[in-house]
Design a protein around this ligand. Structure first.
Ligand SMILES: [Cu+2]
Length: 207
């Protein structure tokens, strides 16, 4: 069993996986915790579209409570961010999960996060969320607010934002249903329907 009664001083130590800030590493260093799983943050050009596909591979992952996931960056300018109400999002992480996120990371960097809260954790890359760069980590059991349908955008007066545009499509794809992720162990981005990945935003025209 993982030691969780660490003092604040220990939690802020750069050699531990912080419950809010995780751990940022570079390719050649020795991680403070050996990861149990690896997720790659990727970009791939699309045919006939001006915006590439931004995605997590695998897009769906089942882990045990206390497992550590290593998020690897092949290209720069991604992060890992929880759908947590502290960030203004509709809650799609379990009750009691801290508002965790990584900084924007560079190519060759990685981020470790230890998932201590049981249930479905929907994650995003904040810069590319609306282009569909979202994923789902099922920790122990496929339960909690992250198991709810993504649903409609809230009324303008509401102060939380659900996954919108391609993020909403991806998280609504049947391949990423929490029960499916739990049964399969992992779900590849390639298992999602093409309709779920279609870009709904266009780049701003120059000039
Ligand atoms: Cu990204």
């Amino acid at each position: 069993m993982r030691q969780t009664q660490t003092s604040r001083t220990q939690q802020m130590d750069s050699d531990t996986v912080h419950p809010r800030f995780g751990y940022v590493g570079t390719r050649d260093d020795t991680p403070p915790v050996e990861p149990d799983h690896t997720v790659s943050l990727e970009i791939r050009p699309r045919e006939n579209a001006p915006i590439p596909a931004f995605y997590f591979e695998p897009a769906g992952l089942a882990v045990d409570v206390g497992d550590t996931v290593r998020f690897n960056l092949a290209t720069p300018h991604h992060n890992v961010n929880a759908y947590h109400p502290a960030f203004g999002y509709t809650q799609r992480v379990p009750d009691g999960a801290p508002p965790y996120s990584s900084p924007i990371l560079g190519a060759g960097e990685y981020w470790l996060y230890t998932f201590e809260t049981e249930g479905v954790h929907n994650l995003m890359c904040a810069p590319h969320e609306l282009f569909g760069m979202v994923g789902s980590v099922v920790v122990g059991s496929p339960t909690g607010p992250g198991a709810n349908p993504v649903g409609e955008a809230p009324a303008p007066h509401e102060e939380s934002r659900p996954p919108e545009f391609t993020a909403g499509l991806v998280l609504s794809d049947p391949a990423l249903a929490p029960q499916t992720i739990a049964e399969q162990g992992s779900v590849s981005w390639s298992d999602l329907a093409p309709e779920s990945k279609r870009p709904l935003l266009r780049p701003v025209e120059e000039g």
